[in-house]
Each structure stands twice: as structure tokens, then as C-alpha cells.
Design a protein around this ligand. Structure first.
Ligand SMILES: *[C@@H]1O[C@H](CO)[C@@H](O)[C@H](O)[C@H]1NC(C)=O
Ligand SMILES: *[C@@H]1O[C@H](CO)[C@@H](O)[C@H](O)[C@H]1NC(C)=O
Ligand SMILES: *[C@@H]1O[C@H](CO)[C@@H](O)[C@H](O)[C@H]1NC(C)=O
Ligand SMILES: *[C@@H]1O[C@H](CO)[C@@H](O)[C@H](O)[C@H]1NC(C)=O
Ligand SMILES: *[C@@H]1O[C@H](CO)[C@@H](O)[C@H](O)[C@H]1NC(C)=O
Length: 491
């Protein structure tokens, strides 16, 4: 049956118009829908975030008269003014790219009082950025030019246009006389000295409304050591390994472990809760802003560039803890530094630095020894306790500089990294602990390396029981924790 011609023609036009509308809609859709994730109800989502200046917002609403009248061309942002790129990342669009803004911290360690801000920027070079610093009882922000400290080693490649590169934006926050010397409590990052900000951060650890003096920085606890675990991102149930690792670290005298999580199994959440309740573990959920530049990257180069994202949790761990701990150690779940038999990290470090000359040490560096699953000729205890049961290690350490781990001095380090600090208040000074010790960095792995079937670490091995003085006690503790959390036992 033939449709009458006019109807036929009309449907033809309808189709043309419909497709034109669809094409136009598609063209006008935002290129990157996640780009403008303006959070619907920011208050509920962020109400407990340590990243935002809740105490300052509160102060301003309780004492409105102290914040009245301003000659400045800037307005303090409210929570609804903020632009988000991801749950914990505020977003500042700039020419040809973005700045993603995470956290801000008070840093009074050096001559000039500073505010440090952890950001990513995907434009090279970083354009001029300013800190708008907000002080208690004052409605005029102070604007300072920010210095970007690159968090990565340029010799390893970078910064690259289009890649989210890590920076520590640094702003001096000395008050201009005649103001009294106080610390800023909130900061926004802006592209011009004037103009309303769409981001704001709490300046973490800044003393609220106290007169400050660089000569009296808070007292540091000389014997306190903490561990930073860059992140847990496992779907599988690694609860037994996590308990083993944490119990050992506890015996070794760490005061706390800071654990960042991306994705974890429910059983692992139980374990973390158990240690959080004891005050031994501090858990921080993190996410990453999207890489939205559209830069074409091979898989290999993308994976390598992704390593830079690990610097965010590590530097957050550093700046939150400048005065809480004197040493920080960044290790992964498959690594541990064992002190000499029956000793602790503080006594081991104390002995190692006792004979130093007057030289300040920024990092105490340990060489890496592999302990591979395939190299074990016998086991000391249940195989599931991988650290305690594996006693056959590679005879030779990895080459100098390769896979090293270090305790870093929180008085001097400016940019932290998994292996060695990237930046210190002067040229970083490393103290290499000799391969024979005291103490040993052991690295527990299934295989040689990601692409090698065979390697000397699999054959040139020796038995060395570093855990003899802790094994019985720690195994008992692991069993107890697993039982009390109703988790699968070691056997
Ligand atoms: C933005 O990108 C264009 C094209 O690559 C370039 O010519 C321009 O200088 C860039 N502007 C800035 C501020 O980076
Ligand atoms: C830490 O040690 C230094 C010198 O070794 C000392 O001056 C300082 O008082 C000590 N701090 C604490 C909190 O014990
Ligand atoms: C200092 O650190 C040690 C070791 O973690 C801890 O036992 C002690 O309570 C801390 N002292 C203070 C004053 O916080
Ligand atoms: C420190 O010096 C003393 C005396 O010179 C020496 O007996 C000791 O072995 C040295 N310790 C270290 C860790 O070098
Ligand atoms: C850590 O740095 C501080 C500040 O420079 C210094 O006083 C201290 O001696 C350093 N620690 C070591 C072990 O060098």
C-alpha cells in the first residue's frame, strides 16, 4: 500500500528536523559531562570534610558584625558558590585547562609562615595563581602570588601539557603591618587578585585567632613515628594481610598509620574500623579528579603518569602531621622495615643517627630486599601470614636507589614521594643505612617483576629469620583480631 505523497513528504521533513535537533543537542552537550559536576547538595556531601572551612563559616555567622563592610573587590565564598570536579576536588577553570584543588595546610616550619595547597594542574607552565588568604575577624582577604612547587622529578619526564600534574602551591602569609601576626584560616585559589572565588579551603592546623610567632612552633614529639599507606584499592579480601602488617608495625613502635582508601572489601572495612576505634589507624577516603584534557596517551605512558597521583595522599599525610610525628615512613602493604631483633623503630633510628656529624638528615634510606613466594624452601608458620612465614630473601639488595624506602624528617621535607623526598628546605640530604643494617626493608612479592619470568631474587636466596622474636606473639594477636571480627582464620 502506498502512503499518500503529502504524508510521505511530511514524515521525511519530520525525520530531517528531528535529526537536526538531535545533532544540535549533541553539539551543545558539554564535552565532558563530569567537568561541571556541580554538587547538588554540597552541604550534606561535605558537612564533615576537613578540607572545607566550616569553623570559619560558623564564626562568620555567629559574629556577623566582625565581618561587615569591606572595601575589597572579593567576597568570601559560601558553600553553594563552590565548583566541584570530583567529591573532594574543587575546580578552577583556567585558559586551556584546569586546576584541581584538594587541601590546604598551615606550615610555620621556616623563616616565613606559609600556606601550602595541594593541587593538580594540567597546563604547562602553571599560570599565575594567587592565594586569597582569609583571617579571623577580618573581612579583607590578603592576596599573595603563589609559588608552585612541582611534586615530581622533572628528570623522570614532566610536567606535560594535558596531564594532571601534582603541585604544592606555596603562599607566604605574613600579615602586612599594622595587622597583628595571625594565621589565615581559609584560602581560595584565584587567577587574578580581584574577583569572586568559586573555591575555598580550610587552612588545616592553623591556630584560630592566636598571635603567632615563628620562634615558637608547636612542640614536636621526638619519638613519634607514623606510617603513610598511599591507598588501598583492592576488591579482594586482604583483611588477614592487613592485620598482620598493622600488628607488626604496632610492635615496631609506630604511633599511627594513615591509610588512604579508594575501594575496599567489606571485611577490610571491618579491620580498619577496629584499628580506628583504638586510635591506631586514621582512614581517609580519596578520589581523583578526572583527566579531562583529552590528551591521547598510550597505556604505558598513562600508567606511568598515574604514579604522580600517589603523591597526593603522601603529601596530605605529611602536611597534616608536620608537628604530630617526627618521622614518616611511606610503605605499601607488601613491604616492611624490620628493626633488629626485639628492638623498635625509635631505638633503631636513635642508634643509626647517634654517630652522625652535625649534618641534618632529611631521609633515612633503606635498601630493598625481595622476598619472593617462589623462593621459599620452607615456611615458618601459616602461609597466609605472608610476612611472618616467608624467611628466604634475596642475598643481594636491589641496586642503590632502586625501590628504596625512607623515614623522612617532618621538620624539613617539602614534597614527599614513595621512595625519597622530592624537595626539602635545602638540597635534600639522605642518610643511607648500610645494606647490613641496622634494620632491613623486606619486599614481599609473588613474582620477579611485572614482565620477568626469572630473576636472581628467585634463586640467589638465603634464609634469614628476621621475625623470630615477634612471630609467636604476633600470630596470636592476628588470630585474636580475626576471630573477634568474625573473619576467616589464618589456617
Ligand atoms: C592556549 O593554547 C593555545 C593553542 O595551543 C596557545 O596558542 C595559547 O598560548 C595557550 N594559552 C595559554 C595561556 O596557555
Ligand atoms: C626534641 O629534641 C630536641 C633536641 O634533641 C629538644 O630540644 C626538644 O625539647 C625535644 N622535644 C620534645 C617535645 O621533647
Ligand atoms: C610521643 O610519642 C610516643 C611514641 O609514639 C608516645 O608514646 C607518646 O605518648 C607521645 N607523647 C606525646 C606528648 O604525645
Ligand atoms: C658510633 O660510634 C661508636 C664509637 O666510635 C662506635 O663504637 C659505634 O659502633 C658507632 N655506631 C654506629 C652506628 O656507627
Ligand atoms: C630533622 O630536621 C630538624 C630541622 O632541621 C633537625 O633539627 C633535626 O636534627 C633533623 N633530624 C635529624 C635526625 O637530622
Amino acid at each position: 500500500m502506498r502512503l499518500p505523497l503529502p504524508t510521505h513528504r511530511r514524515s521525511f521533513f519530520l525525520i530531517i528536523i528531528a535529526s537536526a535537533i538531535l545533532t544540535l543537542t549533541w553539539l551543545y552537550l558539554p564535552r565532558h559531562p563530569h567537568r561541571t559536576t556541580v554538587v547538588q547538595d554540597p552541604m550534606t556531601l561535605h558537612s564533615r570534610s576537613r578540607l572545607l572551612p566550616f569553623s570559619f563559616w560558623n564564626h562568620r555567622s555567629v559574629y556577623p558584625e566582625r565581618y561587615k563592610g569591606s572595601y575589597s573587590c572579593m567576597k568570601f565564598p559560601e558553600i553553594n558558590d563552590l565548583k566541584y570536579a570530583a567529591v573532594s576536588w574543587q575546580w578552577l577553570p583556567i585558559v586551556n585547562g584546569s586546576v584541581y584543588i584538594y587541601g590546604a595546610y598551615w606550615d610555620p616550619r621556616f623563616e616565613e609562615p606559609l600556606v601550602r595547597i595541594l593541587v593538580y594542574c594540567d597546563v604547562v607552565p602553571v599560570p599565575k595563581l594567587y592565594c586569597q588568604l582569609w583571617f579571623p575577624n577580618d573581612n579583607e582577604p590578603q592576596t599573595e602570588l603563589a609559588t608552585p612547587v612541582y611534586g615530581w622529578e622533572p628528570a623522570w619526564g614532566g610536567p606535560t601539557m594535558g596531564v594532571n600534574e601534582p603541585y604544592i602551591l606555596t603562599c607566604s602569609c605574613r600579615r602586612h603591618p599594622p595587622e597583628k601576626e595571625t594565621a589565615p584560616v581559609a584560602v581560595s585559589v584565584v587567577t587574578a587578585p580581584c574577583g569572586d572565588a568559586t573555591n575555598v579551603l580550610d587552612v588545616q592546623n592553623a591556630p584560630f585567632d592566636e598571635e603567632i610567632s615563628k620562634r615558637t612552633p608547636p612542640q614536636r614529639n621526638n619519638s613519634s613515628i607514623a606510617v603513610c599507606l598511599k591507598w588501598l584499592h583492592y576488591r579482594s579480601d586482604i583483611s588477614a594481610s592487613l592485620v598482620e602488617w598493622l600488628q607488626l608495625i604496632k610492635h615496631f613502635g609506630a604511633e599511627r598509620v594513615y591509610i588512604y582508601i579508594v575501594r575496599i572489601h567489606p571485611n577490610v572495612r571491618k579491620v580498619l574500623k577496629y584499628y580506628e576505634d583504638q586510635g591506631f589507624v586514621v582512614v581517609t577516603e580519596i578520589d581523583h579528579p578526572p583527566q579531562i584534557s583529552g590528551l591521547k596517551q598510550s597505556r604505558g605512558s598513562r600508567d606511568f603518569r598515574d604514579l604522580r597521583r600517589e603523591l597526593l595522599p603522601l603529601n596530605d599525610c605529611l602536611y597534616r602531621n608536620l608537628f604530630r610525628h617526627s618521622w614518616l615512613l611511606a610503605i605499601d602493604l607488601d613491604e616492611i622495615i624490620v628493626p633488629p631483633s626485639s628492638e623498635t623503630w625509635p631505638s633503631m633510628i636513635g642508634a643509626e643517627i647517634a654517630n652522625r656529624s652535625d649534618r641534618v638528615i632529611d631521609a633515612l634510606v633503606f635498601r630493598n630486599y625481595f622476598v619472593l613466594d617462589g623462593a621459599q624452601k620452607d615456611l615458618e608458620g601459616p602461609a597466609k601470614a605472608r610476612i611472618l612465614s616467608h624467611t628466604w630473601r634475596a642475598i643481594a639488595p636491589s641496586p642503590p636507589g632502586s625501590m628504596v624506602k625512607s623515614f623522612i624528617n617532618t621538620s624539613t621535607v617539602i614534597a614527599m614521594h614513595n621512595h625519597l623526598p622530592m624537595s626539602c628546605d635545602r638540597q635534600c640530604s639522605y642518610h643511607d643505612v648500610p645494606p647490613e643494617g641496622p634494620g632491613r626493608l623486606l619486599h614481599f612479592r609473588e613474582k620477579c617483576s611485572y614482565d620477568n619470568e626469572d630473576c636472581p631474587e628467585l634463586h640467589d636466596v638465603m634464609k634469614e629469620d628476621n621475625f623470630a622474636s615477634w612471630r609467636a606473639t604476633v600470630l596470636q594477636e592476628i588470630r585474636h583480631v580475626l576471630r573477634s571480627l568474625d573473619l576467616e582464620s589464618l589456617e
